[in-house]
Write a protein that binds this ligand. Structure first.
Ligand SMILES: NC(=O)c1ccc[n+]([C@@H]2O[C@H](COP(=O)([O-])OP(=O)(O)OC[C@H]3O[C@@H](n4cnc5c(N)ncnc54)[C@H](O)[C@@H]3O)[C@@H](O)[C@H]2O)c1
Length: 252
């Protein structure tokens, strides 16, 4: 169970065994959502390798902003797993900035990690996924779907990865590979705290308050991980090019 939160149904439900011996690669595995995704896949019998730029227990070091890092680490991970059934692109970054404070560097960094990295990951594993008739699940965001103030870098990067993944779904369908996205609203993870700290002090809160979820509060990571596992499972065999929004009903 996530510290400080009420139990999510996902924390207490008996698990199906949908992924027995399936081989799964998860980026952002040291983070709040990625760690939960790894745990749920393992609870359902999968063999999981996690990747992250911040090394943690059992997680391989990989910088998604560095194509050479992706190529090297993915090659080693595929060799260790002996192929691949599921790629989960979970890693991401978010820093708020007002337009006048946005730097090209900040914009490029968001695009590198949130947009280019997941597409290069898919490229690196496509051959293995074609052999297993596997699938890709990428975490976009509701920020891909709406204009959010002080969030242009993140919104642009998430909208980019959402449509990039949809393009791959079309391109890879003939090779038996499904490609889907999950778009979460606010999740109780370190990203929320870090992003909040980057919010400038002199913002217009009426703009920020325009998007609210009808079920209040941040979501436990397990609730979003459940959606990721569903899309990765055989139960979603007819779902590709989809974007599953998990946001407690955000209206704007
Ligand atoms: N937390 C939220 O409210 C929220 C809402 C919508 C979408 N998301 C998305 O969910 C995903 C998971 O985020 P989270 O909430 O678990 O945040 P998190 O900060 O806990 O985890 C993100 C992980 O990505 C890793 N990462 C960052 N840069 C990387 C790089 N260059 N290479 C490899 N790994 C890198 C970080 O080290 C971290 O472990 C992200 O894609 C995020 O954009 C989060």
């Amino acid at each position: 169970m996530t510290a400080g939160l009420e139990a999510s149904p996902a924390d207490v439900a008996p698990r199906y065994q949908r992924f027995t011996d399936r081989r799964v690669l998860v980026t952002g595995a040291s983070g709040g959502l990625g760690g939960q995704v790894c745990a749920l896949f393992r609870a359902e019998g999968a063999r999981v390798i996690g990747l992250d730029v911040v090394p943690s227990d059992g997680v391989m070091a990989c910088d998604l902003a560095d194509p050479a890092s992706i190529a090297g680490v993915v090659g080693a991970a595929l060799a260790e797993l002996g192929g691949l059934d599921v790629l989960c692109n979970v890693a991401g970054i978010q820093t708020f900035a007002k337009l006048e404070d946005l730097s090209a560097d900040l914009l490029h960094r968001h695009l590198a990690v949130n947009t280019v990295g997941p597409i290069l990951m898919a490229q690196a594993v496509a051959g293995s996924l074609a052999e297993s008739r596997g699938n890709v699940v990428t975490v976009a965001s509701i920020s891909a779907l709406m204009g959010q103030p002080y969030n242009a870098a993140y919104c642009a990067s998430k909208a980019g990865v959402l449509l990039g993944m949809r393009a791959l779904a079309v391109e890879l369908a003939g090779r038996g590979i499904r490609v889907n996205c999950v778009s979460p609203g606010g999740i109780d993870t370190p990203m929320i705290t870090g992003a909040a700290e980057s919010l400038p002090t002199d913002v217009d809160w009426t703009l920020i308050a325009k998007s609210q979820s009808v079920i209040p509060g941040f979501m436990p990571p397990a609730d979003v991980a459940e959606a990721i596992l569903f899309l990765a499972s055989d139960a979603a065999a007819s779902i590709t090019a989809a974007n599953l929004v998990v946001d407690r009903g955000v209206i704007w």
